[in-house]
Design a protein around this ligand. Structure first.
Ligand code: ZN
Length: 241
């Protein structure tokens, strides 16, 4: 069994389409860690695609924001403008689908959560080595997949000590060790690589690999500008930052 693990799509239909096309050659099923909407110009089509393809989807902070479960004062002005724009454009079915998403899910030996398995509704970022290592006590499965920071990373814990890697991540799952993997962002990468990121979890081969996929950034940027969303949100796609 092989899963594509997607996070932080952020309404970027061009990136999502490219990732799903790439994933079709490498996986059997799709899992999603939330933030399907917010920032990009195609929230509705992204929710439809994820809803149709993914076996499990958990809520991100942007889902909670657009359905009114997260105070927008928590957001910076770009995220707030995007959340308000998105909220006005989602139909009732879409909003109730997003509002019903759970904060965590378990698939096989993996916990899925948007931000941190520790108090998922607090939306804490796992960035440093210490952030990740402190989160292992908060889930029971061998693996935990997270997103939220938009930067791929992997933490592991076992008898031979802790391990941490940032950036391009390929992890062989050793017996007796536990892992947290940040799969990066499909629709708004922030590690200075503008290509979309997602992870392939090969259960039988015991491997998690972050893949990068080039997509039509120019079209995604043009749609954001045409929608009247903040120009910064278009420009950052080209920088991958
Ligand atoms: Zn996000």
């Amino acid at each position: 069994m092989r899963y594509a693990v997607l996070s932080d799509i952020h309404g970027n239909l061009e990136a999502l389409s490219a990732v799903l096309a790439d994933a079709a050659e490498h996986v059997d099923d799709v899992l999603c860690l939330g933030d399907v909407v917010g920032y990009g110009a195609d929230p509705g089509p992204c929710v439809d695609l994820v809803g149709a393809r993914a076996r499990a989807v958990v809520a991100g902070n942007h889902e909670h924001a657009v359905v009114g479960r997260l105070d927008l004062s928590w957001f910076n002005r770009y995220a707030r403008a995007a959340a308000e724009w998105t909220r006005e454009r989602l139909d009732g079915d879409c909003a109730s689908y997003l509002g019903a998403l759970p904060l965590t899910a378990v698939v096989g030996d993996a916990t899925l959560v948007h931000a941190s398995p520790r108090q998922p509704q607090e939306w804490d970022y796992l960035v440093t080595e210490e952030d990740g290592l402190a989160a292992f006590a908060a889930f029971d499965t061998r693996l935990c997949f997270v997103g939220h920071s938009h930067v791929p990373a992997a933490w592991s814990l076992g008898s031979s000590g802790p391990d941490y890697a940032r950036g391009e991540v390929s992890v062989t799952l050793d017996a007796g060790r536990r892992y947290i993997v940040n799969v990066g962002s499909v629709g708004q990468p922030r590690d200075r690589d503008p290509r979309a990121a997602y992870a392939v979890w090969d259960v039988d081969a015991k491997r998690v690999t972050v893949r990068r996929v080039a997509y039509d950034v120019a079209t995604a940027r043009a749609k954001i500008e045409a929608a009247g969303l903040p120009r910064f949100l278009a420009d950052r796609l080209a920088a991958g930052a």
